[in-house]
Design a protein around this ligand. Structure first.
Ligand code: B1M
Length: 209
């Protein structure tokens, strides 16, 4: 049976070619896409995070790991998105201002898309003004904001405040997520919901529309 540790190690080494081969091999052997994602890729990325924190890995190496992860998620994408798509609503999604992390956000987008939501992906480093402009332009039902840095969490509140100022707060639900965020913080800033992972984000979004 495929070795999830080998997958994690290829991701930590930033070896995209090897990782893609291992992912494909694991699928061929019948391993579930979810298991590959959670037990191999996300586990490997957590170790990358620890190494980064300890000074054992530097930004260029972390970027290689991130690129390898994104390429492998592309292979898993059709297999992770299995729900019946039916028009569920429109979601404007982005990473908070000042924040460039997008792997988790893209996983959340993938799950929302497969749950039937129309997605407007604003990318990373999205200002509160850009979120508000996108809600107006696309008449969205939900805004999703992702933040991975403690320093960018505040931009989530700024976005909620900007929505209120523009008179849009009652027209759109705001959901937030990302490693430093939790339900308590969501309550504090007046978000409509918090989700810990991509699967819960999709369930949460469905419950809000
Ligand atoms: Co950065 N980084 N990083 N980094 N990076 C972290 C977040 C960090 C925890 C690493 C560490 O020190 N241990 C740390 C933050 C510390 C803190 O603030 N508490 C950190 C730092 C410090 C930095 C820099 C400041 C480093 C520097 O320059 N000195 C810098 C900041 C750049 C910036 O954003 N302005 C930086 C840069 C980078 C890279 C560019 C090199 C790269 C990002 C590449 C990319 O995303 N394209 C990177 C990476 C890869 C990481 C780690 C290692 C991995 C993040 C990741 O992709 N995880 C990360 C350590 C870690 O998280 N263990 C780290 C996998 C992903 C699937 O999980 O994103 O948590 P995650 O998403 C999950 C859930 O959180 C949730 O669902 C997802 C799927 O289950 N979720 C949502 C996410 N968004 C959601 C939204 C929702 C709902 C759920 O609703 C809307």
């Amino acid at each position: 049976m495929a070795d999830l540790n080998a997958l994690s190690n290829a991701l930590i080494a930033g070896d995209a070619g090897k990782l893609e081969g291992l992912v494909q091999g694991a699928l061929n052997e019948g391993m579930e896409a979810k298991e590959i994602l959670n037990g191999g890729l996300i586990k490997g990325m957590d170790i990358v995070g620890e190494k980064m924190q300890n000074g054992d890995m530097f930004i260029p190496e972390v970027l290689m790991s991130a690129k390898a992860m994104s390429a492998s998620v592309e292979i898993l994408k059709p297999l992770l998105s299995t729900e019946d798509a039916s028009a569920a609503g429109k979601v404007v999604m982005g990473t908070a201002k000042g924040d460039l992390h997008d792997i988790g956000k893209n996983l959340v987008l993938m799950m929302l898309e497969s749950a039937g939501f129309e997605i407007i992906n604003l990318g990373t480093d999205v200002s509160p003004e850009d979120f508000v402009a996108a809600v107006k332009e696309h008449d969205a039902n939900i805004i999703g904001i992702s933040a991975l840095l403690t320093t960018t969490m505040g931009a989530m509140k700024d976005t909620i405040d900007a929505l209120a100022e523009a008179g849009y707060r009652d027209k759109v639900k705001v959901i937030i997520g990302g490693a430093p965020v939790n339900q308590k913080y969501a309550d504090e800033i007046g978000a409509d919901g918090y989700a810990a992972d991509a699967g819960s984000a999709s369930k949460l979004a469905k419950s809000l529309v």
